[in-house]
Write a protein that binds this ligand. Structure first.
Ligand code: GLU
Length: 498
């Protein structure tokens, strides 16, 4: 271990985990939790684990799990243990890694707690619980459940169950006056009064375990040393600490991450724009930028640097620099960050990332690597998102030229045919495959002198002959990227329409 804050008094190896519930897409907040857990494990030479918390049978779906795992894979947050994103099989020695497949384990621990008198069967009906709550509200007391079954013996309860009565398993909250406290990695010391909770359910009727119970058992059995999660889980930590104590499990260190807000300082929601990682992927953000941006939502590097690679973030990550104050999700900054990372990619790699966007838009572009490299040197400064490349490259698509209706006026001018013919003949006589920017400017001048036209009567017909419309990107940028044969073919297509 090479970082002071990596110390967990109860564990000799750093092991972190991301434990998503597969009830929807991977939210950017979840991705940030995963990222911090990943960075912390890597920084300390530890393990990063993925566990699926799918005990909510009504809301959990396999599709959601697949989507979330695919998003993590896209981000490059690779885990050494967990559910494989492609095969959906378990990898690692502490499986199964899906809680729905671990029910017998939870049952075993519940039985142990029942046997030790630390938990009990509770036969209260929903109506009885509700009636107690209402009375407590009326009398101005905390809304706590007092189960009449708390002091029943196990044998007594089991006899009732044998008769077919349904019971939950409730944890017997210790009658302590002491406070529970722990040192949070983000917020420092957190104290809970022990009377903040009362006997809570571990297994529902039917045997389904609750989140707090599974979470503790799994983190302990999977030897998790550091638990990072959203601050909304802070209030669960008291119940979990009680369970760690009762089960004699070593306590991990906890870090509760600040909430992410939208630009109006309200909790980040769909109202602010995209909140799913996948949507950013589809819009043309790249994982390097997404990770870098999310890392800075609640953490800062010691050097104050902002544009960081994954390796740099691993080197610099430090829980001391996790901020307890809420972070603001600034889309303008994310876009800027994307432009920085996108433009820094090697061209061959950048092309690989752009290819699916071109394919989706139906663009057919040269496969020649030199051409791709040259074109990116020209275009990448205009790109912030991968998707921006589509319109930049559209005029260069090798699909047959479609002369756009807005070209009609220019096609009707008296000198247009002559301009296009001259242009075509100069291109045809050009000795090499490509025309440079300077050569293009010179050819344009020659057409001007030979035909005796200038201004828009010169430029627009040439533009239509090259890109099929009288307006658009500068020809001196486009023409050097178009093969002579293509330019001739396009001029011919236009001549047929004059
Ligand atoms: N399944 C929980 C969630 O998705 C994880 C809580 C935790 O990390 O302990 O919020």
């Amino acid at each position: 271990m090479n970082s002071s804050n990596a110390a967990s008094p109860n564990h000799d190896r750093v092991r972190t985990r991301f434990a998503p519930s597969p009830t929807g897409y991977l939210h950017v907040g979840g991705a940030r939790t995963a990222l911090y857990s990943y960075l912390f494990a890597k920084k300390n030479g530890g393990d990063f684990i993925l566990r699926v918390e799918d005990t909510d049978e009504e809301r959990s779906t396999e599709d959601s799990m697949k989507m979330q795992l695919a998003d993590l894979a896209w981000l490059g947050l690779n885990y050494s243990e967990g559910v494989d994103s492609k095969t959906l099989k378990d990898i690692g020695p502490y499986g199964p890694y899906r809680q729905s497949q671990r029910k017998n384990i939870y049952r075993e621990y519940a039985d142990k707690l029942l046997k030790d008198g630390i938990a009990y069967h509770c036969f209260m009906t929903d109506e009885e619980i509700e009636a107690q709550r209402e009375l407590a509200i009326k009398e101005g007391r905390p809304q706590q459940v007092n189960s009449p079954y708390r002091d029943w013996t196990l044998a007594q309860a089991e006899a009732e169950i044998a008769k077919g009565r349904q019971a939950t398993v409730r944890f017997k909250v210790p009658d302590l006056t002491r406070e529970y406290s722990f040192v949070d990695l983000v917020r420092g010391e957190v104290k809970f009064p022990s009377d903040m909770v009362n006997d809570f359910v571990l297994l529902r009727t039917g045997g389904m375990p609750v989140y707090n119970f599974c979470n503790v058992i799994d983190d302990a059995l999977m030897k998790i040393s550091h638990v990072m999660r959203g601050e909304e889980h802070l209030s669960n930590t008291l119940r979990q600490m009680m369970l760690y104590e009762a089960l004699k499990f070593p306590l991990p260190r906890f870090g509760h991450l600040s909430i992410i807000l939208g630009s109006d300082r309200q909790k980040l929601s769909k109202r602010h724009g995209a909140t799913s990682v996948n949507e950013y992927n589809e819009r043309g953000y790249i994982p390097e930028a997404m990770n870098n941006f999310l890392a800075l939502c609640g953490w800062s590097s010691a050097t104050g640097e902002e544009v960081l690679s994954m390796d740099e973030m691993i080197q610099q990550f430090d829980t001391d620099r996790l901020h307890p104050a809420s972070a603001v999700f600034d889309e303008v900054k994310l876009k800027w960050m994307n432009a920085q990372h996108l433009r820094a990619l090697p061209h061959a790699e950048l092309w690989k990332r752009l290819a699916p966007f071109f394919a989706k838009a139906g663009l057919i572009l040269p496969t020649d690597a030199d051409w791709q490299d040259r074109s990116l040197s020209v275009f990448k400064i205009y790109m912030e998102l991968l998707a921006d490349a589509v319109e930049l490259y559209r005029p260069l698509s090798l699909a047959p030229l479609e002369v756009q209706p807005e070209s009609k006026e220019a096609l009707g001018w008296p000198k247009t045919r002559e301009v296009v013919e001259k242009w075509k003949s100069l291109v045809t006589a050009h000795p090499t495959d490509y025309i440079s920017e300077a050569e293009f400017v010179a050819y344009q001048d020659q057409v001007k002198n030979l035909v005796g036209v200038k201004g828009k009567e010169l430029f627009m017909p040439i533009r239509v002959a090259v890109i099929g419309k009288p307006q658009g990107a500068e020809l001196k940028i486009l023409v050097p990227l178009m093969k002579k044969t293509v330019l001739i073919e396009r001029a011919d297509t236009v001549l047929q329409q004059i």
